[in-house]
Design a binder for this molecule. Sequence first.
Ligand code: M6R
Length: 588
Amino acid sequence: MCGIVGYCGHKNAAPILLEGLKKLEYRGYDSAGIATLCGGGFCLKRCKGRVDGLVPVSELAGKTGIGHTRWATHGAPTEENAHPHCYGRFAVVHNGIIENEALLKEECLLRGEHFASETDSEVIAHLLEEGFAGDLLGCVRKVCARLRGSYALAILCSAEPDKIIAVREKSPLIVGARRKECFLASDLPAIAGEGVEVYALADGEAACIGAGEVKFYGKTGAEVQKTPVIYDFEGENAEKGGYTHYMEKEIGEVPASIANSLIDFSSESRYSDFCKVLCQTYYIQIIACGTAYHSGIAAKYAMERLARIPVEVCIASEYRYRDPIISPHTLVFAVSQSGETADTLAAAQCARERGALVAAITNVPYSSLTRMADFVLFTHAGREIAVAATKSYAAQLALLFSVALFLSKERLPFSVLSDFVELSRHTLSRCFCIADWAPRMKEAKSVFFLGRGVDYCNALEGSLKLKEISYLPSEGYPAGELKHGTLALVDDRTPIVVLLTQRALAEKTMNAVHEVVSRGAEVFLVTSLPEYVGAEGIRSVCLLPECAEIFSPLLSVIPLQLLAYRVAVLRGYDPDKPRNLAKSVTVE
Ligand code: M6R
């Protein structure tokens, strides 16, 4: 992951780079740094931790510079390992992983060179210094040809001031240009603004960026013309709107996210080609990671129940390594909020190479996933800033359930799903009990989440949310599975959150409840079935509105998201920026 920025123009670069980095902090916040070209050399400032640690940047003169916010892969999150890495005439920022770093480094060490960091990135500056003989772009191309892995690079050379070279291979990079100024960034929010034309680099492409002038070069090294991408610049919706944290605000935006992401495929003609493919689909694979994977599990239950089409949900990082079988008429959904998750991109690519049609479900219109998919279905959750996915999960569910509804053999009316916009609002207003649950859970040694049938997806999701931001050990289980081993861990210090939204399965799930209650565990019940309020052994209930059961994950996730949020805050952690994580995982 990591975020990179660059600026070349008529203004002081450092403050602009700093602002850009703040908008990319969702990509990593282990350390940060800025280098500017000044006085024939570099001005460099780096810090451990968040971008704010770079403030003030007034001592960094220069109108050309690069910056970086890091999510550590190689080397601890220290100032020494922070980018930019400078060696000789070069300063480099890198997003990605150089897989043959050890071999390349060995060569430099044999030449007697010293390394100042433990990163895989510093070697790039060494190779550039060794190879540079006047042709900067040619030198960058030769060095890149030797790199294996993934990279987006921004490179300064003190011998060629007022210039940044940018290259991309499997890590996102975009260039912005307006009169007398050029920008570079891993993602749009860092550079979008009045009059900025934005260009997306493709794998193997390079850009030479000057003040107000940018030239693009293709894989062969020849100059290429690029067309600016169309984007809606709504400004950075970075205000917390009275909330203490983005996560809480974004949970509050779940109803709008559902409303905006539902699609009535049968009435929207712009999806007609996609619908034709859907109608000829006999097998569906859903590939995704983390929270997006859990939306796939919910979709499996809904699609199989309503459409009687077999659905396989695959963890994207495993997909390529199991030699996947793509039979005729298979449609693959690649689900990714960011559209940049390296594992999901690689799995989608693998599926395409094996002959599948790939439909991307993503929240980011200009992302890498949109460029490689056969069909693109956008979730409209709006920009999600907190690392923990909340409203984007609701949006993915809404969209996938829309597909299930379209495929439904019973041809259910769209209103069955659109009702969930209002129902989710009611759910938010019924979650007051979470303020009481969180203090009782905050010191737990571990927390289990149980669900049967479609509730299983939110057992997984509730657990992931809790461990991700509150650092409490937690597991999500199918309700019937606990007794096959894990029950041994349950005692009176083990809170159990139980999801219960399907009447036909409720008695079976209650068996699991009785099993844990008789081992002394306290049960926290999230249910849409009023008859279970006051059930024996259960004191804590969050009662959801009654709803079409198969789509109930749209509601039952809301108290779980709020629970994770409250526990994290009570434990003194920042829920928006959990340790060791980043919003967009662009490395494998
Ligand atoms: O951008 P993506 O949807 O592809 O991201 C996938 C996961 O990294 C992501 O959902 C992650 O699990 C969330 N941070 C969990 O809250």
